[in-house]
Design a binder for this molecule. Structure first.
Ligand code: GLC
Length: 452
């Protein structure tokens, strides 16, 4: 740890060993320590010389802003070098990379980005450092409620929120106006409008809907929105049993396969994560698009998007008007329990999630801040006018269930959803019963662990 190095440094100057030299050594040592103190070179700073802080993250949409923030932190902390390891963009793949390091108790990992669904797992496995002694209740009040809750597990807090996500519907305003269609309020309405526009446009490159239907975490986020807005659930959190085999969930999954994918999208969508599905939309090849808040800025960037100025954004549809559900997403910064520099790691985490850096990230990428005050920031309001109205969506967004066994449950759900969407003739009832059985086995383990 940083401070503990101070005495070592002042304690050994190699000035001979005999008793005669003791008082001389003592005086010189005292003099040098005082000098170092007055020059601001106390123990903390001296050990900080050549101190590496290892940060595992993904590639930001605006790496220059991210790098600049890191450079600013290094400047403010002389001697500290932040070494970034850029992992995969996909939440599922980054999870694999990080959990491997944490399982190995890798001391060369200090700070990491953490998806909103990970804190419970990382906490219960003893991988993430509890941050309570740093992250005071007063400080937590400066953040949106939902991500703070998502970072808590059994009364402790394990992450500091960086940005928040919630599912949104984007649409081609120009095309909807051309066909006198209002933004859809229900999924069946969306399918109908898409068919009208497609029939009128007769453009072989245009599809009705693009979203994230690849087998990975994004698929769970998307499917949860259909299932919950149809009155279903992923699993029953009270009884701890899967709900995928309930009729509401089965109907919603069938709807996505038979109407969304088959009628107004294409099978290529089954391989799309956020970047590919967004690229299709920004190239003008989709009428509707489901994504997180940052997609607004990307799609409105005239330098890279063919539809800048032609899009609208609205809450996701439901199966009844006003019954839409948005999945809560977002990213945090966590600190490894095996870090040898937790104080410095915290200093870095607070800097990167501080108001200034969050604002810079929001301005450059459209990522929605987690700090409440930024929703009243004049510059942000000017550049991202929809930000203020999003607060309501964030408040209503539904978190994925918080549990240490989220990863295996998600894995079962991903395989189930993907197989149904890919195979038009799958027997949804039978397949969902199998997935539910597998989920129940995992949930049983949890119940056993929780019982006294
Ligand atoms: C976004 C969300 C995250 C979610 C992921 C799925 O990054 O913030 O919570 O798990 O998308 O692709």
């Amino acid at each position: 740890m940083i401070a503990s190095g101070g005495t070592d440094r002042c304690g050994s100057f190699g000035l001979g060993a005999g008793p005669a030299s003791f008082s001389a050594r003592f005086m010189i040592r005292t003099f040098l320590c005082c000098l170092a103190f007055f020059l601001g070179l106390d123990g903390t700073a001296s050990l900080a010389q050549n101190t590496e802080l290892r940060f595992v993250t993904w590639k930001s949409e605006a790496p220059e802003v991210w790098n600049q923030a890191i450079a600013d932190f290094e400047r403010q902390n002389p001697g500290v070098k932040v070494v970034s390891e850029i992992g995969p963009q996909s939440s599922t793949q980054l999870h694999d990379l990080l959990t491997q390091k944490l399982r190995n108790r890798d001391t060369r990992l200090d700070v990491f980005v953490m998806d909103v669904i990970w804190p419970a797992e990382f906490a219960s496995a003893g991988w993430a450092l509890p941050l309570d002694r740093y992250f005071t209740p007063l400080e937590r009040e400066k953040f949106l409620r939902a991500p703070i809750e998502a970072n808590q597990y059994r009364g402790q807090i394990f992450g500091v929120p960086l940005f928040i996500d919630a599912g949104l519907l984007y649409y081609r305003k120009d095309l909807l106006e051309k066909y006198n269609s209002p933004p859809p309020r229900t999924w069946p309405e969306l399918v109908k409008t898409a068919k009208t526009v497609l029939a009128g446009e007769r453009d072989p490159n245009l599809i009705g809907f693009s979203a994230q239907f690849k087998q990975y975490e994004g698929l769970v986020c998307n499917m949860m929105e259909y299932i919950l807005s149809n009155g279903g659930a992923l699993w029953d959190e009270k009884r701890m049993v899967s709900a995928l085999d309930a009729p509401q969930a089965q109907t919603a999954v069938r709807f996505v396969r038979d109407h969304i994918v088959r009628e107004i999208s294409h099978r290529g969508m089954l391989a799309y994560e956020e970047p590919e599905s967004l690229a299709l939309f920004t190239q003008g090849q989709a009428i509707f698009h489901r994504n997180w808040p940052y997609a607004w800025s990307v799609a409105n960037d005239a330098a890279n998007s063919k539809i800048a100025g032609k899009l609208g954004m609205t809450p996701l549809p439901g199966f009844s008007a006003g019954g839409g559900v948005a999945t809560l997403g977002g990213w945090q910064l966590g600190i490894s329990r095996f870090s040898q520099k937790p104080d410095l790691a915290w200093r870095f985490a607070t800097f990167m999630s501080g108001p200034e850096v969050q604002k810079r990230i929001a301005l450059a990428t459209g990522r929605a801040p987690t700090r409440l005050a930024l929703y009243d920031d004049a510059e942000l309001a000017k550049q991202i006018p929809q930000l203020k109205s999003l607060v309501e969506t964030f408040k209503q967004a539904v978190p994925r269930p918080r549990t240490p066994v989220y990863a295996p449950l998600s894995n079962i759900m991903q395989r189930y959803f993907s197989s149904v969407l890919a195979l038009p003739n799958t027997d949804v009832n039978a397949r969902s019963a199998l997935a539910a059985r597998d989920m129940d086995r995992v949930l049983d383990l949890l119940r056993d662990r929780q019982s006294p």
